[in-house]
Design a protein around this ligand. Structure first.
Ligand SMILES: *Cc1c(COP(=O)(O)O)cnc(C)c1O
Length: 374
């Protein structure tokens, strides 16, 4: 039995090794390391894939910060978001003096429960920040409608959903991150399009806004040594861009491989007692950044799998409103019952492009035998 990985970055690299190695060598030879060469090539190719403007940056957390800096919100302004996400989503808001206002999530898709958004809108609400968790879009059509009605910005945290399509009621579709005013992405190694280090990108259909974001990411510079606003230094480095440019060519193939694995899990797990397989939204495709089941005996199953050499992860074991760092937001246990329950029951299974049938059979057999003994 080969080792089963949660995310097989090295195995995937081997399938593209010659191209990636050559691309890295090209960067070294060119000495175009900063905001040039491969960085611009990759930005252009990603812009093409997504059909929007792309500004690359240092990581997904910076992407969120750049988005909110560009919107020029004032300290105390409120941003509606989810308590069931990675910490960056709320961290950036608090760092900037903005106030995260949480709304609970849907128990089946883990995404913002859009029915609850209007209830928390106040005169200080300025934006909605949906997260397309695990590779599936939040209900963007409703979010856009609510935002329009109340004159709010929509910033998408699309860090886990590169390549996902949102399907509008009229039959049109748009890629995750290109639906609201600004989209944010991460190229963290395990993400759908992962670098061999850090990387991120901000998207906007609004070309002026995209150029403003580009300036903010470059110290607020207008022309050389003229600064029109306060900015930060956030760059995608060119070696990462070279790697990403190669991997982007295979993104649809990689998404397909994740979907094949997800289908196998679905087929073999959906009838097991006590296991809930991930739901599919009617308005979004799924790119399976994670394949996340719900199970009452979550911790016991995790331990059981570990003993059989099968890794699994809990994304996320504690909702954001209950984190020590964010307790002064004033929330308490019981405020978001769905998110709190999910934190106790979710388990993400190995999910990557190199899973083979033998490995998957071994994983589902182990889960089956757990459900028969527990
Ligand atoms: C990964 C991730 C981020 C942050 O990305 P980094 O590149 O690690 O800074 C933000 N939000 C979500 C939902 C993520 O999954």
């Amino acid at each position: 039995m080969q080792t089963i990985h949660m995310s097989d970055i090295y195995g995937q690299y081997l399938t593209m090794k010659a191209e990636i190695d050559a691309a890295i060598q090209e960067v070294i030879k060119s000495t175009r390391f900063i905001k040039s060469g491969k960085v611009l090539d990759f930005e252009a190719k990603l812009a093409d894939y997504l059909n929007t403007n792309v500004v690359s940056c240092g990581n997904g957390t910076d992407a969120l910060q750049l988005a909110f800096m560009a919107l020029e919100l004032k300290p105390g302004d409120e941003v509606i978001t989810t308590p069931f996400s990675f910490v960056s989503t709320v961290e950036v808001l608090v760092l900037m003096g903005l106030k995260p206002v949480f709304v609970d999530v849907c128990p089946d898709t883990f995404n913002l429960d859009v029915k609850q958004i209007e209830k928390v809108i106040t005169s200080k609400t300025k934006a909605i920040l949906p997260v397309h968790l695990f590779g599936q879009c939040a209900n963007m059509e409703t979010i856009l409608n609510v935002a329009k009605k109340h004159d709010l910005f929509v910033v998408e945290d699309a860090c886990q959903a590169l390549g996902t399509d949102f399907l509008f009621a009229d039959g049109t579709k748009k890629k995750a991150g290109t639906i609201g005013h600004i989209g944010c992405n991460s190229f963290f190694p395990s993400k759908n399009l992962g670098a061999f280090g850090d990387g991120g990108a901000v998207y906007s259909d609004d070309t002026n806004l995209a150029e403003k974001i580009r300036s903010i990411a470059n110290h607020g510079m207008k022309v050389k040594y003229e600064y029109e606003r306060v900015g930060i230094n956030s760059r995608l480095d060119s070696i990462q861009a070279a790697i990403l440019e190669v991997k982007l060519k295979y993104i649809d193939k990689h998404i397909k491989a994740r979907r094949t694995a997800a289908r196998y899990y679905d087929e073999h797990l959906q009838n097991l007692p006590g296991i809930t397989t991930p739901a599919r939204s009617e308005f979004s495709t799924h790119t399976f950044h994670q394949y996340t089941i719900q199970v009452e005996e979550r911790d016991a199953l995790k331990t059981y799998l570990e003993a059989k050499g099968i890794p699994s992860m809990v994304y996320y074991p504690k909702a954001l409103h209950l984190q020590e760092a964010y307790k002064n937001l004033g929330y308490q246990e019981g405020d978001f019952p769905v998110a709190e329950r999910l934190a106790k029951t979710v388990l993400s299974l190995p999910m990557h492009t190199e899973l083979d049938e033998g490995q998957m059979e071994y994983i589902v057999e182990a889960i089956r035998s757990f459900t028969q003994t527990s």
